[in-house]
Design a protein around this ligand. Sequence first.
Ligand code: SAM
Length: 388
Amino acid sequence: MDEYKIKTIEEGLTKIEFPEFDKISSDAPVFYNPHMELNRDLSILAIQVFQKQEQREINICDLFGGSGIRGIRYKNEIDGIGTVSINDISEVANYYEQHNIELNNLEEVEVFQHDASMFLRMKRGEFDVIDIDPFGTPSPFLDSAGYCARRNSLLCVTATDTSALCGTYKEPCIRKYNAKPYKSEYCHETGIRILAGFVALTLSKYAKCIEVKMSHSTEHYMRLYIYVKKGSKRTDETLKNIGYVSHCKNCLHRQTSKGLASSVDDVCPVCGEKLIHAGPLWLGEIQDSEFIQKMIEETEYKKINTEKEALKLLNSCLIESDAPATFYDVHKICKSLKASAPKLDLIFDEIKKEGFVAVKTHYNPLGIKTDANVEDIKRIILKLCDES
Ligand SMILES: C[S@@+](CC[C@H](N)C(=O)[O-])C[C@H]1O[C@@H](n2cnc3c(N)ncnc32)[C@H](O)[C@@H]1O
């Protein structure tokens, strides 16, 4: 490995070395993406909360190790961690993973070189946390994760194929997630719900069910923290959260319907246009306020460089945790009304004055999550326009 020029970086309390590269890409000898530091910092908070809830030593699998930064940070910066297994199919990655374990003087961290699915199947039932952080889609690895996850374990899933999940291209989403996407103004939320729905349906084969504890869509990736529970009755019950979002392109009305094969309306009840359906997807909770509150509290005890950004995101996810699925984009609605947008705060105040819920969302600074319907929102915006 002498041919490489070495770069050293620090995240949290951990130092990592890897071969220097010009461009962040899967062609780098060992993959490291500095823009994913927030993802790793949030993972530290989430796994610490999980460990405290479980009140026992937990064993972690970092399934796609790269430089080893995740697994090494988990062992170095989270309390109550037993063994950490870092796996990567690349020999060069394995070399630097081992080097970085030694650089940080860590014990009980082991390196493996296997295909991810093979590795999980070899180690079935051994991990309390499985972290899936692949190039692109996690889809091909979820079946093995479902088969091998223990009851009461935590599954952390990254997807960087957001163009598929958000519906820029429909076919890749159907192929990878067996779901139809739709590129609406709230497509990042739909994408997260398609991914969560796919995880739920995949795990259900093994009588395992999911509780989504926290999820976010940031830059070009999506990340989910999911509790895995076991039991066929429980699984049947949670699968009632699988359903569809139906959207009207004409008037921007949207509605949800639970059930995998239940009937969905064909036409918009507001304007009579044909509805477009996205799904199957997860219509259950995608943010758990208690879990997120604990992640926020954990920032007090951890050294994370992205603290400001992490707290902003966590607080936003906390606020939207009880809000209904999907959100309205103020500019999109104003455009459809051919009206100029009133001040955002005024719209929120007016919606709440009428007794509806209205909260912001981390997906879009112009987004409103509300139980008011599209006609109410349009009426309120036009009223504010008249008054100004
Ligand atoms: C996105 S990188 C991981 C980044 C790392 N988790 C981090 O936070 O920096 C994906 C890694 O997966 C490895 N990989 C690709 N296909 C794999 C497979 N089928 N099984 C195991 N590892 C694989 C690559 O060598 C690469 O190091």
